[in-house]
Write a protein that binds this ligand. Structure first.
Ligand code: R5P
Length: 303
């Protein structure tokens, strides 16, 4: 008898694949992956997938160029093995920040990636916290856009924070801040972020009041940590009592972990859309909430 679905994991995020398969009660599909001496990827599907809906999980936050190529090859192998439908799960969609031509001569990498995924054979996509909503429209295949706040807001509620103001650290964060504010029944404040040069930004509170409040800083991602750390400083300087941050994607690159530890942020809540390093796991100020139940629910609803 054919299984109702199969899950194949790319090599980018082994733990999330295992967790997801546990939630769904299916074992991960077997595949062989190694590198040819020249660095090319050799990949083969080791079990029959003919006529079976297949889900392929790959997070593109770390080493995105390798993991993208691996994903394209995996999709191609599944299509050539007659999988019924290939749904690609991208907990983190790479190249998303270039989603429009912001200066002459620049590419739109978010659209390029949409084209490449479709060309490789993806029939459907499940993504989490796209950098901008317009990326959904770059696809002609169905896109299910999940929101990390579905797991982050319940965790924030458990903290029973008092006298909260939800703060967007830049204009792009207003939509997410609105969702948190509504769910937590809290007011909103907005920080204006102006880039002075490629290395320096200036921030100031633009709307709202943070004095004596518990600030909940929300954003789609924390990469170098600069945005959150600087926004937290603006709020502390204005008399905020306590600062908690919540972000969907914890890229946490460079010296972000050190900067967060030395910042006025008391707690940063994030998810495992990207692999969670031991340093993140044991960081005194970071708590990771799993995204696996959200993905499992989306898959269960779709079969
Ligand atoms: C910007 O548009 C994003 O929403 C994030 O605010 C930004 O990518 C965070 O980057 P970093 O942690 O390097 O400041």
């Amino acid at each position: 008898m054919r299984p109702p679905l199969m899950i194949f994991n790319g090599s980018s995020h082994p733990f999330l694949g295992v967790e997801l398969s546990g939630h769904l009660g299916v074992s991960l599909g077997k595949r062989d992956l190694h590198l040819f001496p020249d660095g090319e990827i050799s990949l083969a599907i080791l079990e029959p997938v003919q006529g079976t809906p297949v889900y392929v999980l790959q997070s593109l936050g770390i080493d995105p160029n390798f993991h993208l190529m691996e994903l394209f090859i995996l999709i191609d192998a599944l299509k050539r093995s007659s999988a019924e439908k290939v749904t690609v799960i991208l907990p983190y969609y790479a190249y998303a920040r270039q989603d429009r031509q912001d200066r002459p001569g620049s590419p739109i990498t978010a659209k390029l990636l949409a084209n490449l995924l479709t060309l490789a054979g993806a029939d459907r996509l499940i993504v989490i916290d796209l950098h901008s909503e317009q990326i959904e429209g770059f696809f002609d295949i169905p896109v299910e856009h999940l929101q990390s706040n579905e797991v982050l807001i319940p965790y924030c509620k458990k903290l029973q924070l008092e006298n909260v103001v939800v703060v967007a650290p830049d204009k792009g964060g207003i939509r997410i801040a609105g969702i948190y504010a509504k769910e937590l029944n809290a007011p909103i404040a907005l920080i204006d972020k102006e880039r002075l040069n490629p290395f320096e930004v200036e921030m100031r509170l633009f709307v709202g009041n943070v004095k004596d409040k518990t600030v909940l800083l929300v954003d789609d991602m924390c990469s170098t940590g600069g945005t959150l750390v600087n926004a937290a400083k603006v709020c502390s300087d204005l008399g905020a009592r306590k600062i908690v941050a919540a972000v969907g994607h914890g890229l946490l690159i460079g010296k972000s972990l050190e900067d967060i530890e030395n910042s006025t942020i008391e707690l940063l809540i994030t998810t495992n859309t990207l692999p969670v390093s031991d340093q993140v796991q044991s960081h005194p100020k970071i708590h990771v909430v799993s995204i696996a139940p959200l993905l499992a629910e989306a898959i269960q609803k779709s079969i």
